[in-house]
Design a protein around this ligand. Structure first.
Ligand SMILES: Nc1ncnc2c1ncn2[C@@H]1O[C@H](COP(=O)(O)OP(=O)(O)OP(=O)(O)O)[C@@H](O)[C@H]1O
Ligand SMILES: [Mg+2]
Length: 396
C-alpha cells in the first residue's frame, strides 16, 4: 500500500498543508525545525492513532487550536492492476474521544479505522527501545499487535483500565487492613478474573508475535551490521512458570493456550494476594513482562555501543515491516506497510547507511526525512519534497 495524498489542518506547526505522494522513495528535505517530522508523524498517526514522539495527543494540535485533522488517501492493490483508494481522516480533539471518517462518510470511533493504513516508522526516539525501560518495549509489541490485528486495540486498552482499577482496589484493601478493618475481597476476586482473562490473551498474542519477529530481527541486524553481532529477542513473562508448561509452538489463536495462561495467572494472583495488598500493586501479568534484547548473549541494554543499539532498534523496525508485509493472519498480498525513516541516516556510519539503503530501496513506499539532501544515500535518490517554514513543495 502507499499514501497518495496527505492533508493536515491545525496539526502541529501546520495551519494547513497538502502533500502529494507517489509510490517509491520520497525524501522530505529542509533545515531543522521546519516541519518534516510533523508530516511523517501525521502519517504514522493515521495508521496507529498514536505519535512516536508524545504519549498524549495534546501536542499534536496546533498551539491555540481546539482540534486537528489528519487525512490520508491510501492506495492498495489487492488485485494486480486494480488499485483502490480510500481516504481516511482522523480528527484529534483535546480532551475528547477522537473521531474518524472513511471516504467522507459519517463519523466513526477512531479505533474503527485501524488497519486501513499500515506504517512502520523508524526515528531517533527508537533508541529508547534498546536503552530504555521495559515499558517502551511493551508498547512497541502492543502497537504492532494492534496494526496486525486491530481487534487487539480493545484488549490492550481494557487490560490497562482493569489494571488501574485493580491496583486502586489493592491500595484501598492495604489501607483497610492497616487500619484493621475488613477489606472487600469479593470485589477483588472479580477484578482478578478480568485481569487474568485479558492478560492471558495479551501474553499469548505477544509471545506469538515475538516468535514471528525473531528470525527477522536476527536477519535484519545481520544485514544492517554486515554480519557483526548476533542479535536475539525473547519474551520474558512475569509469569514464567505458566509459560514453561505451555505447549510448544503455541499459536495466537490457540484457545487452550490462553486458558492455560489464564488459569496460571489466577493461581499466581491468589498466591501473591497478601503481598499485592501490602504493596498496593499488581505483581503478575503482561504489564510486568519484557522483551529481552541480547547481542552476542549479552543484554543490549547497558552493553551495546551507541551504533549497535541504533542498529538493533532499526532491526526491530525492519522486522516489524516484514511481519506486517507478510500480512499477519489475513495475509493480504498488498499489505506491505509504508516505511518511514525519520532522520536516521545522519546517525549511521557510511557502511551501515549503504546497507540500510539497499535493504529499503525495493519497498513499495519509503518516506525519508533529512536536514540536508546529502544525507540521503545514493540508492535512495527518488522524489524530493522541500519543507521550509511550513511550506511543502515538490521539487520537480
Ligand atoms: N502543537 C504545535 N503547535 C505549533 N507548533 C508546533 C507544535 N508542535 C510542534 N510545533 C513546531 O513544529 C516545529 C518542529 O517541526 P518538526 O519536528 O517537524 O521539525 P523537523 O523539520 O523535523 O526538524 P529536525 O530537522 O530538527 O528534526 C517546531 O518549530 C515546533 O515548535
Ligand atoms: Mg525531525
Amino acid at each position: 500500500m502507499y499514501v497518495a495524498h496527505l492533508h493536515l489542518t491545525d496539526f502541529r506547526s501546520y495551519p494547513h498543508a497538502e502533500l502529494e505522494l507517489e509510490p517509491g522513495i520520497t525524501a522530505l528535505v529542509g533545515p531543522n525545525g521546519q516541519g518534516k517530522t510533523n508530516l511523517v508523524e501525521a502519517i504514522g498517526y493515521v495508521a496507529t492513532l498514536s505519535s512516536h514522539r508524545v504519549p498524549t495527543d495534546a501536542a499534536l494540535i496546533r498551539a491555540g487550536c481546539q482540534r486537528a485533522v489528519v487525512g490520508a488517501k491510501v492506495v492498495r492493490e489487492l488485485e494486480p492492476g486494480r488499485p483502490r483508494a480510500s481516504v481516511v481522516e482522523v480528527e484529534i480533539t483535546a480532551g475528547k474521544a477522537n473521531r474518524a471518517r472513511v471516504n467522507g462518510g459519517s463519523p466513526v470511533r477512531a479505533r474503527d479505522v485501524l488497519g486501513l493504513l499500515h506504517t512502520v516508522l523508524f526515528a531517533p526516539e527508537d533508541l529508547a527501545l534498546v536503552k530504555g525501560d521495559p515499558d517502551g518495549r511493551r508498547r512497541f509489541l502492543d502497537a504492532l499487535l494492534v496494526q496486525l490485528t486491530p481487534r487487539m486495540a480493545s484488549t490492550v486498552s481494557d487490560y490497562e483500565r482493569v489494571l488501574r482499577q485493580r491496583s486502586a482496589l489493592l491500595k484501598s484493601a492495604g489501607a483497610a487492613s492497616r487500619a484493621r478493618q475488613g477489606a472487600d475481597l469479593r470485589t477483588l476476586d472479580v477484578w482478578d478474573g478480568k485481569l487474568a482473562q485479558l492478560g492471558a490473551r495479551l501474553v499469548v498474542e505477544r509471545r506469538a508475535l515475538v516468535r514471528a519477529l525473531s528470525p527477522h530481527v536476527e536477519a535484519a541486524y545481520e544485514q544492517v551490521s554486515a554480519g557483526q553481532g548476533d542479535a536475539r529477542i525473547t519474551y520474558r513473562a512475569s509469569l514464567e512458570g505458566a509459560l514453561q508448561d505451555a505447549p510448544d509452538g503455541l499459536m495466537a489463536d490457540d484457545e487452550a493456550g490462553v486458558d492455560l495462561v489464564e488459569a496460571q495467572l489466577l493461581e499466581a494472583m491468589g498466591r501473591l494476594r497478601p503481598k499485592e495488598i501490602e504493596r498496593g500493586v499488581c505483581l503478575v501479568g503482561p504489564h510486568r513482562d519484557d522483551l529481552v534484547l541480547t547481542l552476542a548473549d549479552l543484554p543490549a541494554k547497558g552493553y551495546a555501543s551507541h551504533g549497535e543499539s541504533w542498529s538493533f532498534a532499526l532491526a526491530l523496525r525492519l522486522a516489524s515491516w516484514r511481519v506486517l508485509a507478510a500480512g499477519g493472519p489475513q495475509g493480504d498480498p498488498d499489505d506491505e506497510p509504508v516505511l518511514i525513516l525519520d532522520d536516521v541516516f545522519a546517525e549511521l556510519d557510511a557502511r551501515r547507511r549503504e546497507r540500510l539503503a539497499e535493504l529499503v530501496a525495493p519497498a513499495r513506499q519509503v518516506l525519508i526525512t533529512a536536514a540536508v539532501a546529502a544525507d540521503v544515500p545514493e540508492p535512495l535518490a527518488g522524489a524530493r519534497v522541500d519543507v521550509m517554514g511550513g511550506e511543502v513543495s515538490r521539487v520537480l
